[in-house]
Ligand binder design. Structure first.
Ligand SMILES: [Zn+2]
Length: 86
């Protein structure tokens, strides 16, 4: 079954919007390959700097989840003549 709730967030450099980022193996340090900006906070810092983007994805996720829930409810009540969905 396809999982509709999976979203991929691509972290990007806040300076140049490049997604060509390198993170150290423990994610504790990062660097932008495009403009050379260094992220001493590593992955955590990048996530913080990308929080607007992540909020957008979260909103999208919530919308999708609502749609899925509606669908599930419709299926659950299918054949029940007392409950109608428009
Ligand atoms: Zn950059």
């Amino acid at each position: 079954m396809k999982n509709n709730f999976q979203k991929t967030i691509t972290l990007e450099c806040p300076s140049c919007k490049s997604q060509d980022l390198t993170l150290s193996h423990n994610n504790g340090y990062g660097e932008c390959n495009s403009c050379g900006r260094k992220f001493s906070g590593g992955r955590e810092e990048l996530i913080r700097l990308n929080s607007d983007k992540i909020d957008d994805v979260k909103k999208q996720f919530a919308n999708d989840a609502t749609k899925e829930l509606e669908k599930a409810l419709k299926n659950a009540f299918k054949g029940n003549k007392f409950i109608k969905f428009k």
